[in-house]
Ligand binder design. Structure first.
Ligand SMILES: Cc1ncc(COP(=O)(O)O)c(C=O)c1O
Length: 373
């Protein structure tokens, strides 16, 4: 990547640490921290100029190939998934299809007894979820397929288009947790026919916690009643054009803001908007190429050391996450942390997740420290 040294200046973490844990909780780039600081200073003096600070809906929309009107602000991915789960109807005997590789928040919303829906788990085969296995489980009783675009432990990447086709053939929805994909994997919700997609910004999107977005396909907006309703859910004119709020009838917003409830964490979204612009400037395709190259080096080195990978190796289902099995993973992660190398211990192994501003030298340093242990 050209100008990598210049780019790394925007990432103060590179001065003191070898950070390889973007699938966990990412450090803020300097421009993101700066805009949040400025916003706070303006807030202290009651001088926030709303026209200067956006909340990033248009940048998130651009990132996923959607329209701004299809994007709602949510505090995190788990809330976005719960909104999707609680806005759909479940008749007796209906089911939601998911996988055995999911993060809890992708599954828990549907385990709530009062929804009365069965959860069907498609089992992974050597760390992959096969499309044909999903096809076997989805029926006309299926209300939705719910998956993470990229699975959180081993980084397996689903083919969203194939899942959408299966879902729609049976009149079901495709609900996607995008938190481990967005920022490193190009996503187009229109080309892939996704119905719901949600993600926080604190991982690969390099924003602060407290900011997240929910995409709901335009055609669904008006037919879906939000599970929670507050002042933010209604048409702007209900407030703007009247002296009082009209509290005698509910006029839900025609856009995805009908899924918003009350005041968002403005400062988090101000940071997220800057982070999204920063990523778009680099280009998601460039970022993907870069992380695939870095993780290729990592995959080879890990294999050469004799560790068992749980990450599938072929490029079409790979992401920026590499996971391999190792004894005493927790202790090793702790020891590396003392040396300033940040990775995570997950599922009896180590999970390593570089972003575009990491370098091959950093990957080599991680490998040599691992060898030394
Ligand atoms: C796939 C996946 N979904 C959801 C989450 C949690 O997201 P949030 O904190 O935004 O609810 C994580 C966090 O690790 C994750 O890996």
């Amino acid at each position: 990547m050209e100008n990598i040294e210049r780019i790394r200046e925007d990432f103060p973490v590179t001065k003191s640490k070898l950070f390889l844990n973007h699938s966990g909780y990412s450090p803020l780039p300097q421009p993101v921290a700066d805009v949040m600081k400025k916003y706070n200073e303006d807030l202290c003096c009651f001088e926030v100029d709303e026209t200067k600070y956006g909340l990033g809906q248009e940048f998130f929309a651009e990132l996923i190939g959607a329209a701004k009107e299809e994007i709602a602000l949510v505090p995190n991915t788990s809330t976005g998934l719960n909104i999707a789960a609680n806005t759909l109807d479940y008749s007796r005997g209906s089911n939601v299809v998911t996988t055995d590789l999911e993060y809890p928040s992708v599954v828990y919303p549907w385990l709530k007894k009062s929804l009365g829906v069965n959860v069907e788990y498609v089992k992974n085969v050597g760390g992959r979820i096969l499309v044909e296995d999903i096809e076997k489980v989805v029926t006309d009783e299926t209300v939705a397929i719910a998956v993470s675009h990229v699975e959180y432990v081993n980084g397996f990447k689903h083919d969203l288009k194939a899942l959408a086709e299966i879902a729609h053939e049976h009149g079901a929805y495709l609900i996607v947790d995008g938190i481990q994909a967005l920022g490193v994997i190009p996503v187009d919700v229109k080309k892939n026919d996704v119905d719901f997609l949600t993600a926080s910004c604190y991982k690969w999107l390099l924003g602060p916690a407290g900011s997240g977005y929910l995409y709901v396909r335009r055609e669904l907006l008006e037919e879906l009643e939000p599970p929670f309703i507050g002042w933010a859910s209604v048409k702007p004119e209900v407030f703007d054009t009247s002296e009082f709020w009209d509290i005698w009838r509910l006029q839900l917003s025609e856009t995805a803001s009908r899924f918003e409830v009350g005041a968002p964490s403005f400062i988090s979204f101000v940071g997220a908007a800057t982070a999204l612009q920063l990523l778009q400037k680099i280009g998601i395709k460039n970022i993907q190429r870069r992380v695939l190259d870095l993780t290729e080096v990592l995959l080879d080195a890990v294999k050469n050391l004799g560790f068992k990978l749980t990450t599938p190796e072929d490029e079409e289902c790979r992401s920026a996450i590499v996971h391999f099995l190792i004894a005493n993973a927790q202790e090793i992660a702790e020891e590396l942390k003392h040396k300033g190398i940040i990775i995570s211990a997950r599922s009896r192994g180590l999970r390593v997740s570089p972003h575009f501003y990491n370098t091959e030298e950093e990957i080599e340093k991680f490998i040599s420290e691992l060898k030394a242990l």
